[in-house]
Design a protein around this ligand. Sequence first.
Ligand code: NOJ
Length: 527
Amino acid sequence: MTAWKNVTAIYQVYPRSFMDSDGDGVGDLAGITSKLDYLAGLGVGAVWLSPVYASPQADCGYDISDYRQIDPMFGTMRDMELLIERAHELGLKVMMDFVPNHTSDQHEWFQAARSSRDNPYRDYYVWRDPRDGAEPTNWVSLAGGKAWEYDEASGQYYLHSFMAAQPDLNWDNPRVRDEMHNILRFWLDKGVDGFRVDAEWPISKIYKDDPLNPNYAGDSDEYGSYLHIHCKNGPNMLRYMREMSDVVASYQDRFMVFEYYTEPELGDEIAQYKAIFDLNPRVAGPFVFDMFRMEWHAHDRAARMAKLYACLPQDGRPIHALGNHDQSRVATRLGDSRARALALAQLTLPGIPTIYYGEELGMKDYQMPAGDRHDNFLEGGGMGGRDPERTPMRWNNGANAGFTTGKPWLPIGDDVAALNAHAQLDDSDSFLTLYRDLLHLRAQHDVFRNGVYADVDVQNAYVWAYEVTDGSQRMIVAVNFADQSQVVNMPGKGHMLLSSDPTSVVDRYDGWAMLAPYEAAVFRRID
Ligand code: NOJ
């Protein structure tokens, strides 16, 4: 199978929404397995599954009650084994989501922990006495509301950085760390090729109040009203992350991606990325969420990317993402042309990009009526209201877009006629064709996966341009951030390999090129 360093892209499947094989309206493992050929055909190299473990589903699976079981909603352990087997036959790697910071409150550890103060599992979680009859610190939860829940029976509070149904594990307890490492080993032994590590930033904290955010204009006690300098990113976070990645490193060719959001309030963001790149570069790296958090500004983009690539250690791999199950979809945020341009940039940058299911179709958020929503996170939290980006995958123009024969757990949304995989397959102008062509190019040329990034100054403030090179091949990418055509001074001469604009007629340049509004193009230097 392809080594991780040659994986073209990771494809994120949100299992509830990908493909339903049994008509209950919720996607499942057998459904995913039936669509692995589609993913192999698309040209991705790995599939990441959001959590499929046993869970009461308070947070759609990010509340795990047993890390060694598959939730019956998604199938059985056998279904998971078959999925891994089929994926490997097709040359696809399989990554699981791993949720270290918290379990479900239904997990047997928490059930035991809350049963009494002296239960041996008590210390698996974070318990504190009340402070002046109230919460031990002023921390707020990313799911909305306070981060502490009072437990009447034992007279103490427990910590939950997310929902009350997701109590934080106590990573300062070495037994917890051992348990979690053994769970990683369990899945690695089953043949899983890697993990996406969920929300590891709160696994270490300093138990002191967070200061108020002087720049926040919203309601008090919303997530943004504090500077989160104590409730997360604590002094042992990097050490615990390093230990997790050491487990992965002890197996042959496995990989770990950390969900990590840099925090401007913690100082230099590039230094924050660098600390994670440096942990264990051969086997682990952070998501780079810049592309969905960025200002739409070519110069800023160029400056930030140059710094990011300059900070990489040997073998360091940025994991660029345009979206995920917590973010408004890129085509909704930016519109089709800009989403296509960013896709071209993302898939020509060295590292391992991730594609959120449906991104390859240009899928958009669907604002459904309140009664159809499922997400239990509150808008006042750091990440509320995420159903619009989780609607079912559109396979065809049939009933429920081919996703289910039952009633889909979230509505399908509109525009299905044009926006489905079947309709886009043979359409040369479609998003799907662009993604397939980009992934094909990425597979063909190692320089896009493992090359060196360098800034290119094209003397136009609206254009972000860069070169990726491996010494023998030099590829130039130019992205026009303006809604008007731009003339761009290009280095030497080049052949166009691909444009994000299906109407583009340019096929080469000699010293300069004209880019259409929001066009991104990749060229091979021929001089
Ligand atoms: C980040 C995940 O991406 C999100 O979906 C989840 O709700 C939180 N972590 C809590 O696990």
